[in-house]
Design a binder for this molecule. Structure first.
Ligand code: NDP
Length: 248
């Protein structure tokens, strides 16, 4: 007979970076509905973030938002240093903030563009994961939002983006093993084509026929996977990757 079965219900505080729109906003709404208190971050979308916070509060969550550029260490320190003490130890982090640059061949990529992609998609996730682990004194769950591109490489279009997400996957694999003994789980979600504002106009309509399920995904469909990995229902899953790509 096993003992020590973890609680089935989510409870406590979760930080979601890039929660002002797209997948991050959908994740905040779902996490709030499932019982988490959420702290979302935005960089430029303050009005959108405020609306997401109001929706989350309407679902019973003690929600709030903070302006954070994940590439700025001081912003990240301020975010994690200002989490409400009465919420108890931090229980979750969703490293969702990310960018993509316009499509281009590797031979045309400029250093500044590659550097910015790596800073947002990799350095930002490292800084947030580091601060989260320091505050997860009673276990927790970190979910890194990667991409199918990390596996497929995105030749001719987004190889720099794919490389940044592959680096994020290595963070997931390594950190999961580092912190497993402390009750902290680290997993990745790899979305395929999801209908959000990150895409250039017309791109989703062009690529949808190449998806085995014949359509782009919805942000809510990625949020469902993220929230499962956040929740105690996935209590024995760590160092894993969950594709949400319609079979691509
Ligand atoms: P959106 O462009 O809709 O949202 C991106 C979010 O990231 C925004 O909230 C934005 O904040 C935030 N952000 C961007 N740069 C920074 C920064 N420097 N510091 C802090 N926050 C920042 O994108 P999606 O919702 O589509 O993407 C979310 C994640 O999912 C990304 O990591 C992306 O790579 C990944 N993904 C998306 C796919 C898709 O098809 N949509 C496919 C595979 C992966 P603000 O708006 O306030 O500036």
């Amino acid at each position: 007979m096993t003992t020590g079965t973890p609680a089935e219900q989510p409870s406590g505080l979760v930080v979601i970076t890039g929660g002002s729109r797209g997948i991050g906003a959908a994740t905040a709404r779902r996490a709030a509905a499932e019982g988490w208190d959420v702290r979302i971050t935005y960089r430029t979308g303050e009005d959108e973030a405020r609306r997401v916070v109001e929706e989350c509060r309407g679902l019973g969550s003690r929600a709030d938002a903070a302006r954070v550029d994940v590439t700025e260490e001081d912003d990240v320190l301020e975010l994690f240093g200002s989490l409400p003490a009465d919420a108890g130890p931090l229980r979750g982090l969703v490293n969702n903030a990310g960018i993509v640059a316009p499509a281009g061949s590797v031979v045309d990529l400029e250093a500044g563009r590659i550097r910015r992609l790596l800073e947002v998609n990799v350095l930002g996730a490292f800084l947030c994961a580091r601060e989260a682990v320091r505050r997860m004194t009673d276990g927790g769950s970190i979910v890194n939002v990667s991409s199918r591109a990390a596996v497929l490489g995105s030749p001719g279009e987004y190889v720099d983006y794919a490389a940044s997400k592959a680096a994020l996957d290595a963070l997931t694999t390594g950190l999961a093993q580092e912190v497993a003994g402390r009750g902290i789980r680290v997993n990745g979600v790899r979305p395929g084509f999801i209908d959000t504002g990150i895409h250039a106009p017309g791109r989703l309509a062009r690529v949808a026929p190449s998806v085995p399920m014949g359509r782009a995904g919805r942000a809510e469909e990625v949020a469902a996977a993220i929230c499962w990995l956040l929740s105690p229902q996935s209590s024995f899953t760590t160092g894993a990757f969950l594709d949400v790509s319609g079979g691509r």
